[in-house]
Design a protein around this ligand. Structure first.
Ligand SMILES: [Fe+2]
Ligand SMILES: [Fe+2]
Length: 138
Protein backbone atom coordinates (compact mmCIF):
# COMPACT_ATOMS: atom_id res chain seq x y z
CA UNK A 1 0.00 0.00 0.00
CA UNK A 2 1.35 3.41 -0.96
CA UNK A 3 0.96 6.03 1.71
CA UNK A 4 0.18 9.42 0.20
CA UNK A 5 1.18 12.28 2.42
CA UNK A 6 -0.90 15.42 2.05
CA UNK A 7 1.24 18.31 0.87
CA UNK A 8 1.20 21.40 3.04
CA UNK A 9 3.29 24.44 3.64
CA UNK A 10 6.73 23.24 4.63
CA UNK A 11 9.01 24.58 7.31
CA UNK A 12 12.55 24.45 5.94
CA UNK A 13 13.93 24.05 9.47
CA UNK A 14 12.43 20.55 9.58
CA UNK A 15 14.75 19.69 6.69
CA UNK A 16 17.93 21.14 8.18
CA UNK A 17 21.00 18.96 7.73
CA UNK A 18 23.39 21.10 9.76
CA UNK A 19 25.44 22.08 6.70
CA UNK A 20 24.84 25.85 6.23
CA UNK A 21 25.29 26.16 2.45
CA UNK A 22 23.22 23.07 1.69
CA UNK A 23 20.55 24.16 4.18
CA UNK A 24 20.36 27.58 2.49
CA UNK A 25 19.93 25.96 -0.92
CA UNK A 26 17.24 23.60 0.43
CA UNK A 27 15.57 26.60 2.04
CA UNK A 28 15.42 28.49 -1.29
CA UNK A 29 13.90 25.43 -2.99
CA UNK A 30 11.42 24.81 -0.16
CA UNK A 31 10.28 28.45 -0.27
CA UNK A 32 9.52 28.11 -3.99
CA UNK A 33 7.62 24.86 -3.34
CA UNK A 34 5.58 26.71 -0.72
CA UNK A 35 4.86 29.45 -3.28
CA UNK A 36 3.73 26.75 -5.69
CA UNK A 37 1.39 25.37 -3.03
CA UNK A 38 -0.19 28.80 -2.59
CA UNK A 39 -0.31 29.49 -6.35
CA UNK A 40 -2.15 26.22 -6.97
CA UNK A 41 -5.26 27.59 -5.34
CA UNK A 42 -5.20 30.76 -7.43
CA UNK A 43 -5.47 28.70 -10.61
CA UNK A 44 -3.15 31.27 -12.21
CA UNK A 45 -1.20 29.23 -14.77
CA UNK A 46 1.17 32.09 -15.53
CA UNK A 47 2.10 32.32 -11.86
CA UNK A 48 2.53 28.55 -11.57
CA UNK A 49 4.67 28.49 -14.72
CA UNK A 50 6.82 31.31 -13.30
CA UNK A 51 7.45 29.35 -10.11
CA UNK A 52 8.20 26.12 -11.99
CA UNK A 53 10.70 28.01 -14.13
CA UNK A 54 12.23 29.66 -11.07
CA UNK A 55 12.71 26.24 -9.46
CA UNK A 56 14.85 24.83 -12.27
CA UNK A 57 18.15 26.71 -11.89
CA UNK A 58 18.49 26.65 -8.09
CA UNK A 59 17.70 22.94 -8.14
CA UNK A 60 20.29 22.20 -10.85
CA UNK A 61 22.87 24.34 -9.04
CA UNK A 62 22.07 22.60 -5.79
CA UNK A 63 22.47 19.12 -7.27
CA UNK A 64 25.80 20.16 -8.82
CA UNK A 65 26.90 21.55 -5.45
CA UNK A 66 26.09 18.29 -3.65
CA UNK A 67 27.76 16.25 -6.38
CA UNK A 68 30.96 18.29 -6.03
CA UNK A 69 30.86 17.88 -2.27
CA UNK A 70 30.45 14.10 -2.64
CA UNK A 71 33.44 14.01 -4.97
CA UNK A 72 35.52 16.13 -2.63
CA UNK A 73 34.85 13.94 0.43
CA UNK A 74 34.99 10.62 -1.48
CA UNK A 75 31.42 9.85 -0.50
CA UNK A 76 30.99 6.09 -1.02
CA UNK A 77 27.35 6.21 -2.21
CA UNK A 78 27.85 9.07 -4.66
CA UNK A 79 26.83 7.05 -7.69
CA UNK A 80 23.44 6.08 -6.22
CA UNK A 81 22.88 9.66 -5.10
CA UNK A 82 23.62 11.03 -8.56
CA UNK A 83 21.16 8.51 -10.04
CA UNK A 84 18.49 9.90 -7.66
CA UNK A 85 19.30 13.43 -8.82
CA UNK A 86 19.04 12.39 -12.47
CA UNK A 87 15.67 10.75 -11.82
CA UNK A 88 14.42 13.84 -9.99
CA UNK A 89 15.56 16.04 -12.88
CA UNK A 90 13.92 13.91 -15.56
CA UNK A 91 10.68 13.56 -13.54
CA UNK A 92 10.58 17.34 -12.96
CA UNK A 93 11.12 18.09 -16.65
CA UNK A 94 8.37 15.62 -17.52
CA UNK A 95 5.97 17.43 -15.16
CA UNK A 96 6.87 20.78 -16.71
CA UNK A 97 6.28 19.37 -20.19
CA UNK A 98 2.86 18.05 -19.16
CA UNK A 99 2.04 21.42 -17.62
CA UNK A 100 3.09 23.18 -20.85
CA UNK A 101 0.86 20.77 -22.77
CA UNK A 102 -2.07 22.13 -20.75
CA UNK A 103 -2.50 19.34 -18.18
CA UNK A 104 -3.52 20.25 -14.64
CA UNK A 105 -0.62 18.61 -12.81
CA UNK A 106 -0.33 21.02 -9.88
CA UNK A 107 -1.64 18.61 -7.21
CA UNK A 108 0.39 15.68 -8.55
CA UNK A 109 3.50 17.83 -8.82
CA UNK A 110 3.05 19.14 -5.30
CA UNK A 111 2.88 15.56 -3.97
CA UNK A 112 5.97 14.63 -6.01
CA UNK A 113 7.95 17.58 -4.65
CA UNK A 114 6.80 16.80 -1.13
CA UNK A 115 7.88 13.16 -1.46
CA UNK A 116 11.17 14.34 -2.91
CA UNK A 117 11.82 16.57 0.05
CA UNK A 118 10.84 14.01 2.61
CA UNK A 119 12.66 11.10 1.06
CA UNK A 120 15.60 12.70 -0.68
CA UNK A 121 16.55 15.53 1.69
CA UNK A 122 15.71 13.73 4.90
CA UNK A 123 17.29 10.42 3.92
CA UNK A 124 19.77 10.68 1.06
CA UNK A 125 21.10 14.20 1.62
CA UNK A 126 21.25 13.60 5.34
CA UNK A 127 23.58 10.63 4.75
CA UNK A 128 26.06 12.81 2.81
CA UNK A 129 26.21 15.34 5.64
CA UNK A 130 26.51 12.62 8.30
CA UNK A 131 29.38 11.08 6.35
CA UNK A 132 30.99 14.51 5.83
CA UNK A 133 30.78 15.30 9.53
CA UNK A 134 32.21 11.89 10.43
CA UNK A 135 35.25 12.64 8.25
CA UNK A 136 35.78 15.92 10.10
CA UNK A 137 35.88 14.16 13.44
CA UNK A 138 38.10 11.23 12.47
FE1 LIG B 1 19.72 18.34 -1.54
FE1 LIG C 1 20.77 15.29 -3.10
Amino acid sequence: MKIVLAPMLLNWKEFATGCPDIDQQHRDIIELINELYTARFSGDREMIKGILTALIQPTLNHFAHEELLMERIYYPDAEAHIIEHEKLKSDSLEYIKRFDDGEDIAAELQAFLFDWLVLHIRCSDRKIIDFYQSTLHS
